[in-house]
Design a protein around this ligand. Sequence first.
Ligand code: GDP
Ligand code: MN
Length: 385
Amino acid sequence: MKLYEYQAKEILKKYKVPVPAGAVAETVDEVRSATAKIGKTVVLKGQVHSGGRGKAGAVKLAKTSDEAAAIAHDLLGKTLFFAQANANLKVNKLLVEEALAIKHEIYIAITQDRTTQRDILIVSTKGGMDIEAVAEESPEAISKTPIDPLLGLTDYTARNALFAAGYDKTLIAKTVPVLKALYAAYIGSDAILAEINPLVITDDGAVIAGDAKWLIDDNALYRQIDLQSFGDSSEDDPIEAEAHRRGIQYVRLEGGNIGIIGNGAGLVMTTMDEVKRAGGAPADFLDIGGGAKAESVRNSLEIVLSDPNVKGVLFNIFGGITRGDEVANGIIEGLAALDVKVPIVVRLAGTRAAEGAAILKQTNLVPAETMQEAAEKIVALALKN
Ligand code: GDP
Ligand code: MN
């Protein structure tokens, strides 16, 4: 789950990472009064699920309440293009914060690293808006330090990471507690990414989080009761959002024409390959999981068919715990409830496949014996015109 900057900064504050004074605002009046309350130059920051807001024109400085109100008038409700998310996103909220007198911009982040099987601390003294270019052109300017899960982020590990990044030695003592607090926040919120860019060193030597980007592990949300209300799927693909509301593992794919439903991630991905090989293009990844019941099959079919690009649907089910007859009943329920206008090919194998096939005989669904045959059939039927 993605968080907005203002939500991430609430977590940071809770774990005692210094953040600028500020407030989130949804109207011009709220921006005006927040600015007046801060009483000095403020920065106004559009709250969207994307980085690169500075470059997109969604981060502005304002010296007075009038200036802030004028910027808010322009930005609130405005849709801007964010290259980093490759999406047009609407600015519904602005974070109004005391502007920082920036001396240095540092990049710090903690995320998971599959190679070392550790959380890693990433530090670069070349923080700010062009960190992607730094990663590309001078990767040596970025230090990566695995964190021992049993010891946590120790002082010496944090210090070593800062040294390795070529960090100003006089600032190390001040920054180590910030790194440790960031790690505590990352662990405490079940994050899979906690990034501060820039971590600002101000003219008077304070170390403050200027920005925050945060991803929470969806599988841990059940125990992150306080964070659940931070979820906002309004910027997600609407079909994906609906699928997730229904608890279905669905990923929509661009430029596809064949809807794919299978059980088991590996089987679904192989089915996607076979559809591609047969000359089609998969429109989605949908894994109905083990032991799929009729209702989830019907739900899945509905989700896949709600994509107008889908010209045909391929079911590829290998019955283990999942039973062929349950799946067949789900498809029949789905057909009865939905107005299906596209061809559907079904390949059932494994547990109760024969019973499933017998049930499907009463319908105009097209059976297939193998995955390859199923892929060829659906592509031929769906794309014949
Ligand atoms: P992002 O572009 O989405 O990562 O948004 P950031 O919050 O990181 O802001 C982008 C850039 O705006 C920062 O790298 C800073 O250079 C600048 N900026 C942000 N906040 C302030 C501030 O309080 N004072 C000043 N002078 N610049 C700021
Ligand atoms: Mn940033």
